[in-house]
Design a protein around this ligand. Sequence first.
Ligand SMILES: Nc1ncnc2c1ncn2[C@@H]1O[C@H](COP(=O)(O)OP(=O)(O)OP(=O)(O)O)[C@@H](O)[C@H]1O
Length: 508
Amino acid sequence: MSVAASASILVVDDEPDLRTLYELTLLREGHAVTTAADLAQARECLAQQRYDVLITDMQLPDGLGLTLLRDIADSPRTEKCIVITAFGSAENAVESLKAGAFDYLTKPVDLRQLRSAVGSALRSQRAPLAAASERPATSNEPTRSAPPPPSGVRALARLVGQAPSIVQTKARIEKVATSMAPVLILGESGTGKELVARAVHECSHRASGPFVAVNCGAIPENLIEAEFFGARKGAYTGASADREGYFQAAHGGTLFLDEIGDLPLSMQAKLLRAIQERRVRSLGAVQEDVVDVRLVSATHRDLPALVQAGQFRQDLYYRLNVIGLRTPALRDRPEDLPLLAQALLERLCAEAGQAVPELSPAALAWLQARELPGNVRELENLLQRALALASGPVLQPADFGETGDTEPATLPDPLPDAPVPAGGPYRFVPLTPPAASADEPALPSDLQSYLDEQERQVLLKALQECGYNRTAAAARLGLNLRQIRYRIQRLGIVVPGATGHGDTDATD
Ligand SMILES: Nc1ncnc2c1ncn2[C@@H]1O[C@H](COP(=O)(O)OP(=O)(O)OP(=O)(O)O)[C@@H](O)[C@H]1O
């Protein structure tokens, strides 16, 4: 018997037709369904037994469905709650999620979405339902909160730190991972926002689904809609085949929208609609796709200030910021620096297949004296550079390029054969077009495909020359890691050792 088949569900709605519709839909899925018409009846049902899922309309004749949610949240009960809200009522939806609802549905309820939300709620109950059904029917005993799945434990362990701020962040990740509520991660660059997003995914029941990371700031504005929602063949010049978008690719998993503050205003409106309706339409398609995606977004920018300045939609901010997480700056947790340095050294050396050197007390003191505005990423860059320069088994300040009184460089040296333009080593170097010749090819009939092919060749060459290290290849091309990842993914280039959508690979 499947997990879903053994579930018991309480449906609360005052409209008899809707109650019957939801009941029949869920009975057909093999669930045991009880119905109630108002708060009073619902409370009676709850007093008699525990359910796996409670589905309640927001507006009931004797009060708000939200009060049931609060009753459950304030008790040791374990029902996962799904609230049905009026169309366009962002307040109710967000308030329900904040009050602890697992998910919400908007009227008129799409029955596919109802089934999908119930399925998700059941999967998110970490205690196996077989064990739950063995409990006496009248028991309100809390389900023992089980630890996250092994992938979640590993993801949390990758977030190194013992400072109270990091310990709290980790505890909160575990707590919020099991709902559908959108998460917004705020923090300076290099503080581990992507690690946190990944941990939210890995600690959730969606861990076996995809984690799709998107850098909203790196996508050209004219391609952004197709990238997010997909495109049918011929929908625009260069769309030579059907392509799924990020939403479709993340179906059943988590969509991580990094640098959300950089999303153009025109796209913000479209994203808001996708969040509200949970459906997306590929460019050139007639049908909409129902998408089951948990959204996690992040930015290093001051989003409320962007809202004030009219550069970020307030309604979108409100929808994305249901659960807030903050990644602390490294300077606010200096006690973690030795631990982080050690963990990063071990990771970098494991990736490079080399023995882990010791960090001398002088080198540690040297690192501790730096400001490190680039946070953990900057620390990582410094260590990487020191590993490359080190001459012995113990890292000394000199290995970090310390020459006495100057600030250290925080980026690795340009590769030996890379041209160094006047403006600095990491600026874009324009390629001089070859002189025209008699056998020059004709103008391309499809400019986009032609440019894609050129870009693919350049990326492949840079990657090959940099031993498939994307960070180094990006630096060679005047890109950052996220920009090159985006381009690699868009062009479908397979990088040895890379693990998927926007993923970090062993060579970076
Ligand atoms: N707490 C941490 N423990 C171990 N490594 C960390 C931690 N925080 C960050 N890192 C490492 O620092 C680097 C930057 O982290 P990440 O990309 O998650 O930061 P970010 O906040 O998303 O940065 P940005 O805003 O620039 O995108 C990564 O290599 C990551 O593994």
